[in-house]
Each structure stands twice: as C-alpha cells, then as structure tokens.
Design a protein around this ligand. Structure first.
Ligand code: PBG
Ligand code: ZN
Length: 329
C-alpha cells in the first residue's frame, strides 16, 4: 500500500471546539437589519399570510415591542417601510413630514431606541399606479423622479434616520439624494443604495405586504435583468462614484455570484437583501414538514456572509438571532 498522505481534513472537524476555531464565516445579529412594515392605527398587528411571522404594525407596536425585542437580541437595526393610508399619482404622502415613516423614526428616537434606523426611499407604496417613479404616458420618467426621491430622503433624515436606502433604481438617484442631504446639513446621513436590484419574481410577498404591485406593466424598464451580472457591476460602480456609502445586492440567495464579485472588486460595505420570496419559499417548505426552515435560513444567511456580504437584511432576523443567542437549541 502507498504511504497515505499526512493530510487529513477530518482532523479539523473532529469536535465542536476545533470546528469553532477554524470556522471561516460568522453569523452575528450585529450584522442584521430587520425590515418592518409600519402603518397607521393603534395596537395593530396584521399578519401577512405570504410572510409568516411578519406583520404590518402600528407605531406603538413598533416602539413598544418590536424595536425593544430587536435591541435585546442584538440586532443591528431596522429597515422601515411605510404603508400609507392614501395614495396618489405622485406619491406625495411619501415625503409628508407627518407620514407614517417619519413619525415612526421620531417615535423610535423618543423611546430611546439605540439601533440603526434605516428607511426605504421609494414611491411605489405611495403611488396610485404602484411604480417606483413618476409616470407619464405609461412610462416611468427618470429625471422627474429624482426630486421626489430627494424630498423623501430629506424628510427621513429630518426625522432622524441614520441611513436612507433608495430603492427606485432611477439613474443618478444617489447623487441627487447626496446633494439634497448635504445642502440641508445632513452630511452624516448614510446612503445605502439598492444598487444591484434585479427585476425579480421573488418580490411577490413583499408587494402583498406593502400593497405595492404595479397596476400596469412591470419593473423591467428600471430594475436589472436577472441575466445580467456585468451590468450589476456597472450599477454598483456608478453608485459608489455618486457617493453611496453602502451598496446592496437584491435578491441575495439567487445572486450570490453578484455579491461575491462585488466583494472582490469593491472596498465598500455590501448589504445583501434576503427578499420576501426567498424567505417565503423556505418558510413554506418548513410548514409542509419538508425541511427545517430555521436551519435552512441559518445556512442561507451564512452563504450570504461567505459570498462577502457585510450586512444582511432579513425577515428571519429575530428568529435567527434567538437561536444564535442560544435561546432555543
Ligand atoms: C420597492 C421595494 C421592493 C422591495 C423592497 N423595496 C419590491 C419591488 O421592487 O417591488 C422588495 C423586498 C422584498 O421582496 O422583500 N422599491
Ligand atoms: Zn419602489
């Protein structure tokens, strides 16, 4: 018999303590942002059937329950989405000083919430047509939308948001928002741009939750074709040039190659958005008893970190943080 190689890879797998010191990727709630859907009313906790364990909540529930729970679990912060009670052609409710998101941000501060407060900056929940920009003659206009996005971002910064996250995929949205923020003295407000946002079919549950499905057409004239990885790099590169502090890849799980490539090319922090459809698929299979959804989630989030994501936006943040904190198993 030939002399066996001295290398035995199983040696480093032989016990939990050895496995722990050689683990290459860590999963920690201090990297998680938890998305929340905030609406008007009091004591509202409205379940969203396609997003198990996620609810539309009122501001009192947000500050009184969710924010404190997230803080206790060590979750980095919240990403706020507003569900407005009225919509119009231009989505003007989105930049109202007293809009739901603006009031929620103030309420979090008033209640001493210490985590990162990030807000989604877009028009689609607020427009009657459900598109992410200003619509004329059935087309989504780019430059006409920039002013609106800037006003929304500014109203969030004024309320006290730490991070504004433009998700409309309009060209030059980052530079427009950066300029507007700087002019008003908000040079410390961070921009986390949804830079590589694909025209994905995985946003379905989110659109149910936020009532934001487009009433005609789709978003393929502004979101990236899922076939285009190189184009995603151009989007990210441009956003960095325009002043984005953090860039995002969305969805995450089906686009791990994009996260990885961005990690290799750019030095900026990268956020991965584990979107509603990805979460819903895993949860649904779990409900059918086909797999252990919690552990699949943990594996999925680990894969995003392994690919190079610094920040993970996930609906499973609370659940996963509980497990990581050793509260369950
Ligand atoms: C809207 C927006 C979407 C998501 C976040 N912001 C969906 C869309 O483009 O319709 C998706 C999030 C998810 O699916 O979890 N600008
Ligand atoms: Zn949008």
């Amino acid at each position: 018999m030939e002399t066996p190689s001295p290398i035995r890879l199983r040696r480093l797998r032989s016990s939990p303590k050895i496995r722990a010191i050689v683990r290459e990727t860590t999963l920690d709630p201090s990297r998680f942002l938890y998305p929340v859907f905030v609406r008007d009313g009091e004591r509202v906790k409205e379940p969203i059937p396609s997003l198990p364990r996620v609810e539309r909540i009122s501001i009192d529930v947000l500050v009184g329950e969710i924010a404190s729970m997230a803080e206790e679990l060590g979750i980095a912060g919240l990403l706020l989405f507003g569900i407005p009670s009225k919509k119009d052609e231009l989505g003007s409710e989105a930049y109202s000083r007293d809009g739901t998101v603006q009031r929620a941000v103030r309420a979090l501060h008033e209640n001493g919430y210490k985590g990162v407060i990030a807000t989604d900056v877009c028009l689609c929940q607020y427009t009657s047509h459900g598109h992410c920009g200003v619509v004329r003659d059935g087309r989504v206009l780019n430059d006409e939308t920039l002013d609106h996005l800037s006003r929304i971002a500014l109203s969030h910064a004024e309320a006290g948001a730490d991070v504004v996250a433009p998700s409309a995929m309009m060209d030059h949205q980052v530079s427009a928002i950066r300029r507007a923020l700087d002019e008003e003295g908000f040079e410390e407000t961070v921009i986390m741009s949804y830079s590589a946002k694909f025209a994905s079919s995985l946003y379905g549950p989110f659109r149910n939750a936020a009532h934001s499905a487009p009433s005609f057409g789709d978003r393929t004239s502004y979101q990236i074709d899922p076939a285009n990885g190189r184009e995603a790099m151009r989007e990210i590169e441009l956003d960095i040039e325009e002043g984005a502090d953090i860039v995002m890849v969305k969805p995450a799980l089906l686009y791990l190659d994009v996260i990885k490539e961005a990690r290799m090319r750019f030095g900026v922090p990268i956020a991965a958005y584990h979107v509603s459809g990805e979460y819903a698929m895993i949860k649904a299979a779990g409900r059918l008893g086909w797999l252990d959804d919690l552990w699949v989630e943990i594996e999925a989030l680990t894969a995003m970190r392994r690919a190079g994501a610094d920040i993970i936006i996930t609906y499973s943040a609370l659940e996963v943080a509980e497990v990581l904190g050793g509260r369950r198993r």
